[in-house]
Write a protein that binds this ligand. Structure first.
Ligand code: PEP
Length: 246
């Protein structure tokens, strides 16, 4: 039985004052799912202080593939563990598109996260052009296989996958429940090809303009195990509303 996970991706939003309100409200909310928030690096200490001892876990939105050293501006996986992080996003489409992260870089970050004891949330998904060219399956499989090749299928016993169609992120467009389920089933089947037990246990989140109003139908799909939430994670009632749709 997979416990649903609803994880917020705050992206580059927030301030100490706004975060304090949001974190307190999320902490105080009742949710039918596991909750997590992935906050900007400078606010990890605040998330730790506000959420410590609560049912809400926290994490970051990226890490370096390197362990330490002369990598100006980078943040290592072990630094995140100093702040009590549970999760870290790797391969978010904004990192892939705006920062040129290749499948190989994402696979290296996934491995670095796990070697420090973090749970990576591997983000994969196709662009609109790729969907319209009917290559969604190839793209998502290629992104997944880069990680399978580097870390092996057993690594997915301690990882989360987020299917995020790029065309649905921050656009207000959402994959239909059937479109999302098709890709989630394909992802699980690809993992099952290597290990059926790992595939049955791995959580696959949907991300892309999820809101309280569309969450229930998405969450009801057999292979959708929660959500990765961007914009709606900045409003406590929306974030909790999504979690309660589980
Ligand atoms: C995201 O950035 O991961 C995301 C899903 O954003 P949004 O919910 O705003 O589409």
């Amino acid at each position: 039985m997979r416990t649903k996970l609803v994880a917020g991706n705050w992206k580059m939003n927030g301030s100490l004052a706004l975060n304090a309100e949001l974190l307190k409200a999320v902490r105080a909310g009742k949710a039918a799912a596991e909750l997590a928030v992935c906050v900007p690096f400078p606010y990890l200490a605040q998330a730790q202080a506000e959420l410590h001892g609560s049912h809400v876990t926290w994490g970051a939105q990226d890490i370096s593939a390197q362990a330490q050293g002369a990598f100006t501006g980078e943040v290592s996986a072990s630094m995140l563990t100093d702040f009590g992080c549970t999760y870290v996003l790797v391969g978010h489409s904004e990192r892939r598109t705006l920062h040129g992260e290749t499948d190989a870089v994402v696979a290296a970050k996934f491995a670095a996260a796990q070697s420090a004891g973090l749970i990576p949330v591997l983000c994969i998904g196709e662009t609109l052009a790729e969907r319209e060219s009917n290559i969604t399956a190839e793209v998502v499989t290629r992104q997944l296989e880069a990680v399978l090749a580097k870390s092996g299928v057993a690594a997915f016993a301690n990882a989360v996958i987020a299917y995020e169609p790029v065309w649905a992120i921050g656009t207000g467009l959402t994959a239909t429940p059937a479109q999302a389920q098709d890709v989630h089933a394909l992802i699980r089947a690809r993992v099952a090809r290597d290990d059926a037990t790992v595939a049955a246990g791995v959580r696959i989140l949907y991300g892309g303009s999820m809101k309280p109003g569309n969450a229930r139908e998405l969450m009801q799909q057999a292979d959708i195990d929660g959500g990765l939430i961007g914009g709606a994670a900045l409003v406590a009632t929306d974030f909790l509303g999504i979690a309660n749709a589980c």
